[in-house]
Write a protein that binds this ligand. Structure first.
Ligand SMILES: [Zn+2]
Length: 67
């Protein structure tokens, strides 16, 4: 499967690593790419995890994103 953030990469070689372990993300660009991919894949938990706690969406927002 292609990674949503980069058609030249496979998901398992790219953002999947970030999605499995957010601490493996070492650059701002990788974080932005992984967040984009999480959005495309509707990985809401990752989107929430990758927010700073002070800006994390509420449960209500999570339901709205899912909808
Ligand atoms: Zn990617």
């Amino acid at each position: 499967m292609q990674c949503p953030c980069n058609p030249n990469k496979q998901y398992h070689d790219c953002c999947q690593k970030a999605h499995q372990n957010i601490h493996s993300v070492t650059s701002a660009e990788a974080l932005m790419r992984s967040r984009y991919s999480a959005f495309v894949l509707a990985n809401i938990d990752y989107l929430q995890k990758s927010h700073h706690s002070s800006t994390r969406p509420s449960k209500r927002e999570k339901r709205e994103i899912l909808a």
